[in-house]
Design a protein around this ligand. Sequence first.
Ligand SMILES: [Fe+2]
Length: 415
Amino acid sequence: MARVAASLLDRRAGPPAAVSQHDSVQHWVEAYRAVRAETERRAAPLSAEDQIVQSMPDASPTKWHRAHTTWFFEQFLLKPHAPGYREFDERFAFLFNSYYVAAGPRHARPERGLVTRPNAAEVTAYRSHVDRAVEQLIANADAATIETIAPIVEIGLHHEQQHQELLLTDILHAFAQNPTDPAYDQAWRPPQTQSGTVFVDLPVGIHAIGHDGDGFCFDNEQPRHQTFLREVSIGRQLVSNGQWLQFMAEGGYSTPSLWLSDGWAKAEAEQWSAPGYWREIDGAWLTLTLAGLKPIDPAAPVCHVSYYEADAFARWAGKHLPTEAEWEVAARAGVLANAYGVVWQWTRSAYLPYPGYRAAEGALGEYNGKFMVNQMVLRGSSLATPAGHARVSYRNFFYPHARWQFSGLRLADYD
Ligand SMILES: [Fe+2]
């Protein structure tokens, strides 16, 4: 995947005081353009028909991602802060609000694929309308206005980057329902990775985890706080397809004692016998990738496994999944290979508020806090994560049965 906008979003939330107002405006205009362009670059290989499809309630159409990220700027930036702004179409707020109850009523998530109007071209026009207004707002902003709007622009850009990843995971799920195994991009290649089964000891004692205050973070990464680590070692490398094939060969998917009860029920109900998108053809395993159907590479990290599968694998291996604190301490120490840019790594930490966490006031307070039940934390980032988006304290989260994300694992060991 192209790595666009890294240098822009790697910068601190705002320019230092010594930087002129002009530079500040320039920074935000450039950051906005770069992120918005990356969404369109990712959507470009997809036809109007591709962009309509919703293959399951958890996945959204490409066209919806493009429109919803636009609505986010319209709702939270332009309506409150751009005097005289006129909505592109007042019906879009209902169609493209995702889950913000405070922002008003919204269309049912499982029915996003039924919204054929506006069409893809009209969504392109919607994006242009909002882009013009946002760029004008930033360009004309005085120092006080920039101070007010910069945090909203910034969270809007990080929000859009999250949807850039979902755009790819969701279209891959849609393509996986198509018997012709479509390729999103024939030229796509998997990231280079390091294989191996080396375990590294982590230092026993009290460690600080959470965002350290340098640069942007989501509210769920704070407050930074102390946590205790007992003797534990962590896998330097990600678990590979070869290891997963061994798990399968030794009855991993047919041994209930390896599984959590909910996981076993899900695996039985959905007849799981291999990771998501894997299929066996003439005795060989293949998987659907962004470049179409490809043979499984035993040395490559396993991908598209749920938390339930990762947990069963760890039990089979006689080990466990790291906690998110173990993962973060190891990542901060630099001992993890492929921590970023390959697969999100399941941890065995439930997605919970850090001690002292308070969600923000207002609709944007709904961003993370209200999802802190029944989901598990993943750390790192994946091959679909845009450059500059991930960081060591980043907490991704999904339901334990989810396997359409680019999700894998590394192991940890208490022995
Ligand atoms: Fe969203």
